[in-house]
Design a protein around this ligand. Sequence first.
Ligand code: SF4
Length: 674
Amino acid sequence: MRTQVYLASLSNTGFGLNPASVPLQLGYIKAYAQSVLKDEIDVKIFITVESLLQAIEHQKPAIIGCSWYGWNIYLTTNALQYIKKKYPGILTVVGGAGAPEDEAGCLRDFGLFSGIDAIIPNEGEIPFVNFVKQFLAGGAESFRETKIDGVFYYDRHKERIVAGRPLEKTGDLSILPSPYLQGDLDEFLAMDLTPMIQTSRGCPYGCKFCVSGRSSWNKLRLFSTERVKQEIEYIEQNAVSKELRLTDENFGIHPRDEEIAAYLAELRREKGFPTALRMYTDKHINSRIKNITLMLKDLIPMNISCQTLTPEVQKNLGRVNISIEKFSEAAQWAHSNNINITTEAIFGLPGESKQSFLDVVNTFIKLRLDSSVIGTLFMLKETELNSAETISKYHYRTMYSVAERGYTKYKDFESVEIDPWAVSSSSFTFDEYIEMHEFAFIFNFFMTRGFLKEMVYAWDSRGVKIGAVILELIGNPALYPFIIDKIKRLHSCLLDNLFDTPEEVHIDFVRKYSLVNNGEYIGYMSPYILTCLLEGEMISSENQQVVIDEIARAAKSVFDRDGTGEEKDFFAEMDFLRQLIRLIIIPFWQKEPLAEKIYLDSPYDLVSWRAKDHSGTLSQYACKQPMKLVLKINSLSAYVQFIEKHAKEPYYLQSEYFFRSFRTNNIRRYIEMK
Ligand code: SF4
């Protein structure tokens, strides 16, 4: 009889499946294990606690292997603890990017999480197969004495770790069979989960806040181009979801990536697949990255993630960004090719203060980017930033909140997923953390989705700074009551839901959940989810006018104090931009069919203004005759699918799904010349 091996990459299910992606990482392990151990084993993959527990009740496996990362750290360990209590004979293994690489880290985790027997750091295929081979040869007891390469086993009787040698990374990825092409992931492709493709492994950059920045992951290795194309074709033909995600950290870092991009562009032209593409391209812009972005320009923006521009902070992070000159040159190139250019920054990195971060944000505005996202620092497990040494060096204080959609209940099993946040350090206080959270909420509403991009650049060219407008809004509750109400709700959410320990988060969430009638939605306890809901309220048909009016009034007030140029010109620009914003917002809630293109007679040449990086005042682009512009949805099919899928859901859920799933490139209408 074959030995049963279960693999699980657990998603929370209390408020819908989260995350909802094809478990590619387990597909690799299953495909490789079957290729080596053939009919000695039977491997099944699970993504929910419910299906895993039901399968165990039906047939107890010998081994359960779980993939472990930031979004399921607690769910995985809670599930394994629950399983070990009921079925102590099952061997349990966790592995992946959330697993510690050294003995001290493993000892800590074995102590914290009693349901784990073994830990496999980094790539799991070869060490997991080593582990299963040993089980087949010697049974569960043999792990107490036998060292397995790439595996940390915990002997709980003797409270000691039995570890083999660390393994080198899989140098030749061709030894790993394709789980897609073998059909190992078919059941998940049929479930409307987002399909993922990995074209390469490794990241040569060493950012301390990221698990891919660990030195063990710095060597770049490739799957063959032919295999990648076959996998994409397989997904196109077999997946319910028509979206695609590339897991590569720096797509375009290798010359052959151009060929893959050309293949994707051709597929999109011929078959409309993918309808949406999510990927990170290499942050170091060269002709290859430009070419890739050009080929895929209706699917992806040119993204230059920088996280900070403050030199001291970059040094503390071990991160090398491109220079501002190169950033600016890339922005000019993108605009002249009608490509969106985007970036991201994190508040709270080592050495970053409130003022230095505001300087970073001001530089983003000067660069005239199409979208900038700012967030706060997440203390991701197993990053160098989250090490005891770094925490002590920068005096970080960590607090915890419930993770987005981070709850699962099945029979008597209950788990709350918990996020760790850096809420103060030697360079910022807790009050500044809360203030920057509120600042980020308004900034992201203006700039991440790009809804107010033109308005912000029109202000900036007349001396009206975005920071001053945000402070005007925040500082005058009586004048801007609608927006202030949203900020107050975010403020309360932060103060009510941040706790000093994960245990307090768990207790608080379970108590609140029981008070609201099981099943009622309280996902908004997570600050990130709340911001999605609030943004939805702000752009809804009934509220968008009042929001835009409050923002325009705040800008006029700042103009009276700081502005340059003629007041009448500024007012005329604002009046036109208020209309434009309402047309640019795509009503994802609309029951009637969406128009792919709408037309506008514009008194300004917006196309030339953008091509020239929104430099100069908008009035300098005034036309003698109104200019015919087209406001176009980039990928209408993605909207059609979204509306069909979510039409029956309440508005707050539609908003959440919209802001979580639509990316910069397709979240508002594009402006083109007719
Ligand atoms: S943040 Fe990006 S570039 Fe830096 S280590 Fe992580 S994946 Fe690599």
